[in-house]
Design a protein around this ligand. Structure first.
Ligand SMILES: *[C@@H]1O[C@H](CO)[C@@H](O)[C@H](O)[C@H]1NC(C)=O
Ligand SMILES: *[C@@H]1O[C@H](CO)[C@@H](O)[C@H](O)[C@H]1NC(C)=O
Length: 191
């Protein structure tokens, strides 16, 4: 019990929350996106020797403070970062998140590739956060990634707030293959 509580605390899981039933793809997507603090973001590389190829990189993300997820993945990006440079050329991107990241799959003894260990793939465009939404993005990111306060002060890095504008959601959370969830169903899902 102690280990479970500790794991939940370490991973920033919403206290007492359990994954939605596997048939509820939209809720599962929202659950995984809210409960994870990072994801793998793919861009089309503009850098040799990977130019033109998919390039995945790890980013800290937040869709809202714990308990207040919006489903919108917010990012804190720097133009010094190679992925950001790719996105300036082509902002089509894909963000992958897995339930494995929270420790839940290990607790169930599921391998990362086990279909029951939910995998969420968000496809869309990475855009700047509009002025009116910056306070929310900042709070969403800084409450879950306190070190970002320091990055914010590093003027040379020119960090700025970005978010993924979701165009399609792919959910694999059980045997039988993945499922497409529309952005509308994704944003309407209750978790
Ligand atoms: C969630 O957001 C609402 C509206 O912005 C706010 O009233 C509420 O206090 C927030 N709850 C948490 C847990 O942050
Ligand atoms: C981004 O993807 C869309 C298809 O969703 C495509 O029409 C567009 O050309 C792509 N943008 C670039 C810069 O390649």
């Amino acid at each position: 019990m102690f280990t479970v509580v500790l794991t939940a605390m370490l991973s920033g899981l919403v206290a007492g929350s359990t994954p939605p039933p596997h048939g509820d793809y939209a809720a599962t997507a929202r659950y995984v996106v809210h409960n994870n603090d990072w994801g793998s973001l793919a861009s089309i590389s503009t850098h040799q020797p990977m130019k033109g190829k998919p390039f995945t990189n790890v980013f800290s993300v937040s869709d809202g403070p714990v308990g207040n997820g919006t489903g919108v993945p917010y990012l804190f990006l720097s133009p010094l970062d190679v992925t950001d440079q790719d996105l300036q050329v082509n902002n089509n991107a894909t963000l992958s998140m897995s339930e494995v990241m929270s420790g839940y799959c290990a607790s169930q003894k599921w391998d990362a590739e086990d279909p029951r260990c939910a995998k969420i793939i968000l496809s869309g465009k990475v855009v700047n956060v509009p002025e009116a939404e910056i306070d929310f993005a900042k709070n969403a990111l800084f409450t879950r990634h306190p070190i970002m306060e320091d990055w914010f002060k590093m003027e040379s890095h020119k960090f700025y707030f970005a978010k993924m504008q979701i165009e399609a959601v792919f959910v694999l959370d059980f045997f039988g293959g993945g499922n497409i969830v529309t952005p509308e169903d994704y944003f309407n899902a209750k978790i």
